[in-house]
Design a protein around this ligand. Structure first.
Ligand code: V47
Length: 362
């Protein structure tokens, strides 16, 4: 009986047909990992062939001072905390300009805590000043959660906030803040920030304004298998409507230093690979699936390239959010290491810009 279910799923994947919620649940329950990986890899090969993408980027977190107090987060803190920091506009320009001495740098990835006092104008000024100083860099900035916060503090609509940021130089948005769309989980883990409906509406608005975004799912905490699958299907529905998502990242929860540290352990590499494969198989309208090496570790990210992922993310430089929560990966990798990591899997490393134009094949 079970065998028949998996045979049917494989036949549908071979025909390029859409999988159902029941299929997703069956796949998540499947422990024939080699079979699952092979199935997801057939989809990856159809979409990207032997290519695996990476980019040369830098993360900048403007502040860790945050109002939201999410239980899964070890990065955000109170203004009074000894760990609290914030960057002035001059600090940000200085960091970016020093990084841009590397002629390969193409993208700044900017996300931050929800600061209690900064006005919306501060963020607009940062984007405008960065674009003026370093016009060749792509600014991938602000999650939908931050955009929701900007709308609240400025009294403007989400569309007006996004339009202002776009005019100032915002090029795209990262996929963070989606967590799990389940209301049950959000009420428990992150009740003080954008709801699932708000996150989705902000992504929709961004896409309608021509701002591409990414999408994420945070898994391995208190969510159920059904909640994971429903999260993926919700993203698939929105992608059907807008086509504005570029890539999907499944982010494994790191418990250290978080409000869940005593309750939850980091899920296994086995689970990580399953999530990559199931995401690739269910999200049939997402062009790319990323294996974010910072969170997966480099060896698991490498394996993920055989489980449906076609992107290993970037050089990153100074990752703070996962490292606050106990990640032991590097905070930066040079381009040569990323190229070698991809090559060892038999794939062709492809350096891309932030919207997947090819810069160079190696
Ligand atoms: O939104 C927070 C997650 C996200 C923890 O779009 C945690 O290309 C694990 O979204 N354990 C931020 N995860 C990172 C992110 C991202 C990273 C790289 C590339 C892109 C992209 C997006 O990290 C947050 C949250 O979901 N997070 N705390 C934690 N303890």
């Amino acid at each position: 009986m079970l065998q028949t279910t998996y045979q049917h799923i494989a036949a549908r994947v071979a025909r390029g047909e859409r999988l159902t919620r029941e299929d997703g649940l069956a796949l998540l329950g499947c422990n024939d990992l080699a079979w699952l990986g092979h199935l997801a890899d057939t989809v990856k090969q159809r979409l990207s062939g032997k290519y695996v993408y990476f980019n040369v980027n830098r993360h900048i977190n403007l502040t860790n001072i945050c109002l939201a107090k999410c239980r899964f987060c070890a990065f955000g803190c109170d203004a009074k905390s000894s760990q609290a920091y914030f960057l002035s506009k001059e600090n940000v320009i200085d960091i970016a300009s020093r990084s841009a001495r590397d002629p390969d740098l193409r993208e700044l990835h900017i996300v931050s805590g929800l600061h209690p006092d900064w006005p919306f104008d501060y963020y607009v000024d940062i984007i405008r000043s960065l674009k003026a100083a370093l016009p060749h860099l792509h600014l991938k900035a602000f999650t939908a959660v931050e955009i929701c916060h900007f709308a609240q503090i400025s009294g403007q609509s989400v569309a007006a906030v996004l339009q202002t940021l776009k005019e100032a130089g915002l090029d795209s948005m990262p996929g963070g803040g989606a967590e799990i769309f389940s209301e049950r989980v959000r009420q428990d883990l992150c009740p003080h920030k954008a709801s699932a409906a708000e996150w989705l509406e902000i992504a929709r608005t961004a896409h309608n304004l021509g701002i591409p975004t990414n999408a994420t799912m945070l898994y391995g905490h208190i969510e159920t298998a059904e909640e994971r699958i429903d999260h993926l299907l919700t993203l698939r529905d929105l992608q059907d409507e807008t086509g504005g998502f570029q890539t999907f990242l499944a982010l494994p929860f790191h418990p250290h230093n978080t409000g869940l540290a005593n309750e939850v352990k980091r899920v296994s590499a086995w689970e990580d690979l399953k999530m990559v494969a199931v995401s690739r198989l269910l999200l049939d309208n997402f062009r790319h699936v990323k294996a974010y090496w910072i969170m997966l570790t480099l060896p698991v990210a490498q394996l993920a390239l055989g489980f449906g992922a076609d992107d290993i993310d970037g050089t990153v430089t100074e990752e703070k959010i996962t490292h606050a929560a106990g990640a032991r990966t590097a905070q930066h990798l040079d381009k040569e290491t990323l190229i070698a990591t991809i090559r060892q899997t038999g794939h062709t490393p492809v350096e891309r810009d932030s919207v997947y134009n090819i810069i160079k094949k190696y």
